[in-house]
Design a protein around this ligand. Structure first.
Ligand code: BG6
Length: 507
């Protein structure tokens, strides 16, 4: 899978023992185990994958596997009831479940790592992946202990890898410190920093579209592109994650990671090869070329919003300040809009506008590339005095696909124009198996392909670009309110209006 291999040739992943730290957390039951099941269904992992949950609660192997099964079966059944996906196949699950075991252990206790070592010796394979699906405060603690207990030492014929979830740090200094802690006990080749956006087919397709269709390169620069809009709008609120979100906010939660990944895919130079080093090198370069704003510029080029109580349809929805485990006077942003500039030859002068928010009117993750308008409206003696600019819209989710807005003449005796769409919808061309987005990433980690994982410099460059916003906002805590169910505060419209532009309509 990944980007550097063709799927037809995807081999079964090698025998591995996969340790899931934080085994009782949401990520494991909602995403990782369903992804492992899907990989097993597709024959991409085999009988020699051993899955070991690690957490402090005491449960037996069988109870741990049963708890996962009950959850996944129920989720699959709910989806079937809504007309999608397949029910859990009991035979398939049964053979996967045979190799699920559990270690009760405190992440800070050396004894846990001795148990892990013993488990590896028992499974018959020395290959091991340690997946840190834990609270971020454990990332450095666990990796230190993996290092000191000798578990990260690789042999000629076996590997040891660590997968780290986001958030990777909460600002530039903490991300640098975490990288340096990891790199003291392992090499960059052993580290797989996850950004689940890179597991999305539509995100991977940006690179394939750009670099396999010669057409795109001819207009993919500041001569033809006026500006780029990157949007990740969600309808959900903070749900049960109030305490996490209070110290995180929309900027840290979405921008240096997911939105910058989308920006990098759109803006990077062609890599010399589709291998991990070349692709990640180009991505790090372009994120590193984002202009570091001064704090004053950061304030002028950003808007913070927070959703307030409202009624959506016939349902009343709490405001952020009324959510569980949220300070009733909180200034944490649930919406952010930013303008960033990329200082390189291809993009100089082309603003990238980014926005993301919770409790907006629709779920919509998209990139809209706005082209410069035709030099002038060459339709003398007609009513047409202005032509609309063309947009290329890359729809990441939902309704995955790509659409090109073009101007066309409306049939009839007068010259009237209308915007029409040339489109490609994934569902019209490809039959996609149900997936969580984590399948590719887990498979790539098991097979040693780091292309879709973040390298240390990529992460640090991302934080470097958002640090001025963090610093400026800390001195000037202020959020604009927007009603739950609406598309962000009015300041976000003003941010673009100042440049004579406007956001694309959502949905
Ligand atoms: C996560 C954020 O990384 O991404 C969440 O922590 C957010 O707050 C989620 O809801 C969005 O992911 P997706 O795949 O639904 O766009």
């Amino acid at each position: 899978m990944g980007l550097s291999r063709s799927k037809q040739k995807a081999p079964v992943a090698p025998a591995t023992t996969l340790f899931l730290f934080g085994a009782h957390g949401d990520l494991v039951k909602r995403l990782l185990m369903p992804a492992l099941y899907n990989l097993f269904r597709d024959g991409l992992v085999g009988e020699n994958l051993h899955i070991v949950g690690v957490d402090h609660n005491t449960v037996s192997d069988a109870d741990f596997a049963k708890k996962l099964e009950d959850f996944i079966r129920q989720e699959a059944a709910n989806k079937v009831a809504q007309g999608g996906e397949e029910p859990l196949d009991p035979a398939l699950w049964g053979s996967l479940a045979k190799r699920i075991t559990y270690i009760t252990g405190d992440f800070l206790d050396d004894g846990t790592y001795a148990d892990i070592d013993a488990k590896i010796k028992n499974t018959g394979t020395q290959n091991a992946v340690f997946y840190l699906a834990t609270a971020p405060r454990f990332f450095s603690e666990v990796t230190k202990r993996l290092g000191s207990s000798g578990l990260m030492v690789e042999g000629e014929d076996y590997f040891r890898r660590v997968v780290i979830e986001k958030p990777f740090g909460h600002d530039l200094p903490s991300a640098v410190a975490l990288n340096s802690c990891l790199l003291k006990v392992m090499s960059e080749k052993q580290i797989y920093r996850i950004d689940h956006y890179l597991g999305k087919e539509t995100v991977q397709n940006i690179l394939v579209s750009r670099f396999s269709n010669g057409l795109f390169e001819s207009f993919w620069n500041n001569h033809y592109i006026d500006h780029v809009q990157i949007t990740a709008a969600e309808t959900v609120g903070v749900e049960t994650r109030g305490s996490f979100y209070e110290t995180t906010g929309a900027l840290r939660d979405m921008v240096p990671n997911h939105l910058f990944q989308l920006l990098a895919m759109v803006a990077m130079e062609p890599p010399a090869a589709f291998g991990a080093d070349a692709v990640r090198g180009e991505k790090a370069k372009v994120v590193g070329a984002i202009r570091p704003w001064s704090e004053m510029e950061a304030l002028a080029n950003s808007v913070r919003g927070q959703y307030s109580e409202s009624t959506i349809g016939d349902k009343s929805v709490p405001g952020y300040r009324q959510e569980d485990r949220v300070d009733p006077e909180s200034n944490t942003e649930t919406y952010v809009a930013l303008k960033v500039m990329i200082d390189n030859w291809r993009w100089v002068g082309v603003p990238f506008y980014l926005r993301t928010g919770k409790r907006m009117s629709v779920r919509d993750t998209e990139i809209a590339i706005c082209f410069k308008p035709a030099p002038y409206a060459q339709f003398r003696d007609t009513d047409v005095d202005r032509v609309e600019p063309n947009f290329l819209k890359i729809q990441i989710q939902p309704d995955e696909g790509m659409w090109f807005d073009l101007q066309a003449k409306k049939p009839g005796p007068t010259l009237d124009m209308q915007t029409i769409e040339l489109g490609f919808a994934y569902k019209d061309f490809f039959e996609m198996q149900p997936s969580t987005g984590y399948e590719t990433l887990i498979y790539d980690c098991l097979t040693g392909d780091q292309t879709l994982f973040q390298r240390a410099d990529n992460i640090e460059n991302g934080w470097r670009a958002v640090q001025p916003f963090i610093d400026a906002w800390a001195k000037d805590p202020h959020v604009e309110m927007y009603n739950a169910g609406e598309d962000g505060p009015s300041g976000a419209d003003e941010l673009l209006a100042r440049d004579g532009r406007s956001w694309q309509r959502l949905g």
